[in-house]
Write a protein that binds this ligand. Structure first.
Ligand code: NAD
Length: 363
């Protein structure tokens, strides 16, 4: 008896810039791989502004909501509304960003072998999405708000402010996600450790709440190691001791910065995938942006988007296919013949994606 997969629907939203190139190449790869999926590309971005008067028309939102998988490319000025909706309006509060080195990836480190950890990003709170205003307005409603040296807001005179938000609910759910991931990795032989990153020495109420909540959740969970580093120290450790990391739990902006740093240590920004998870909602995107400096030249590395697609397949229940795709990526790096210029090669985006497809077929 043969097992027949039910065909699932994937909505692909390229965003803009290199997003168009890497999502196009990845969709061709997924189609060529004969996966039991149908890929639809509803209007979005600059083209949708022209045709529908909005970068994200209602029909696109409906399609994404009802899809089995959503793959996003990269946002830039013309498509920031797309990622705002995917991440913030749909409350994809948990970012999962694997940092993995495969032999053949162009790491700047002398010894990158064995780098394999996950950055868990609190996606919905912290200093993002921006809540900003004029200092004069803040001084009117909170005239006595002062820093630890006693300097009040009104003493600054003219200027702007941004608000950092941490809630027990937001901190607890992301800490629980970090625990679940650490346990799942522990079952595969990883150390079972969560490293929490804050700046609670300087921000004891906001970052302190995040840290205390993570500590409590970890103590309740039991069976996992827990450590905490201040963000500046954590940045240094990700470069110097990346192999000691397993699951790195970060507040929103710290994860934004540290995941670019981590991606670079493992070989480059063009290699780093991510999944963003909410309650009954998920979408998948590369960590990188629209890269206007190389957009339109067909040389963007498609790896981050291909690996994000692998995470999406896993989430959709196509677990064996996801692993096979990841193995195919690993093989292309090991062979080293069809890599894009960021990895020292001369391949185009499409050529590299086709090499991954060939490796997938032979896996
Ligand atoms: P970026 O990530 O677009 O690019 C940073 C550098 O990395 C550039 O030199 C670029 O050429 C290189 N790079 C990125 N992806 C690559 C790939 N796949 N292959 C080879 N090289 C790659 O960051 P930026 O230049 O600071 O921002 C450009 C735009 O992207 C901005 O509008 C920013 O807001 C947006 N952005 C969006 C996201 C997102 O969609 N999640 C993330 C970061 C930045």
């Amino acid at each position: 008896m043969t097992t027949q997969h039910i065909v699932k629907t994937v909505v692909a939203l390229p965003g803009e810039g290199i997003g168009l190139e890497v999502v196009g190449a990845t969709c061709d790869l997924l189609t060529g791989a004969g996966l039991p999926i149908t890929i639809v590309t509803p209007p979005q971005g600059a083209a949708a502004v022209k045709s529908h008067g909005s970068p994200l028309p209602d029909e696109t939102k409906r399609a994404a909501r009802s899809a089995d998988g959503v793959l996003f490319g990269a946002a830039g000025p013309a498509s920031s509304a797309v990622v705002s909706w995917l991440r913030w309006e749909m409350s994809a509060w948990g970012g999962v960003r694997p940092i993995t080195f495969y032999p053949g990836m162009r790491s700047p480190l002398a010894d990158p072998e064995g780098i394999d950890y996950v950055i868990v990003r609190e996606n919905s709170e912290g200093i993002y999405p921006g809540r900003e205003g004029d200092l004069a307005d803040l001084a009117r409603v909170m005239p006595d708000l002062g820093d630890r040296s006693g300097r009040t807001v009104k003493e600054y005179g003219e200027g702007s402010f941004a608000v950092k938000v941490v809630t027990p609910v937001g901190a607890e759910r992301i800490a629980r996600l970090a625990c679940r991931l650490a346990r799942a990795r522990q079952a595969r032989g990883k150390p079972g450790k969560v490293t929490c990153v804050t700046k609670s020495n300087v921000l004891p109420r906001s970052d302190g709440l995040f840290r205390e909540t993570a500590e409590r959740v970890m103590a309740e969970a039991g069976g996992l190691q827990f450590e905490h580093f201040y963000v500046d120290d954590a940045a240094r450790r990700l470069v110097r001791f990346p192999r000691t990391m397993d699951v790195v739990l970060c507040m929103n902006q710290y994860a934004d910065i540290l995941s670019d740093l981590g991606a670079e240590t493992a070989g480059g920004l063009g290699l780093a995938p991510s999944g963003c998870f909410g309650d009954g909602w998920a979408y998948f995107e590369s960590v990188h942006g629209s890269a206007p400096d190389i957009a339109g030249r067909g040389i963007a590395n498609p790896t981050a988007t291909i690996r994000s697609a692998a995470m999406m397949l896993d989430h959709m229940g196509l677990v064996a296919e996801a692993q096979r795709l990841e193995t195919a990526v690993r093989r292309v790096y090991r062979d080293g013949k069809t890599l894009t210029p960021d990895q020292g090669g001369a391949a185009t985006t499409d050529e590299m994606a086709r090499a991954v497809l060939a490796a997938y077929r032979h896996a």
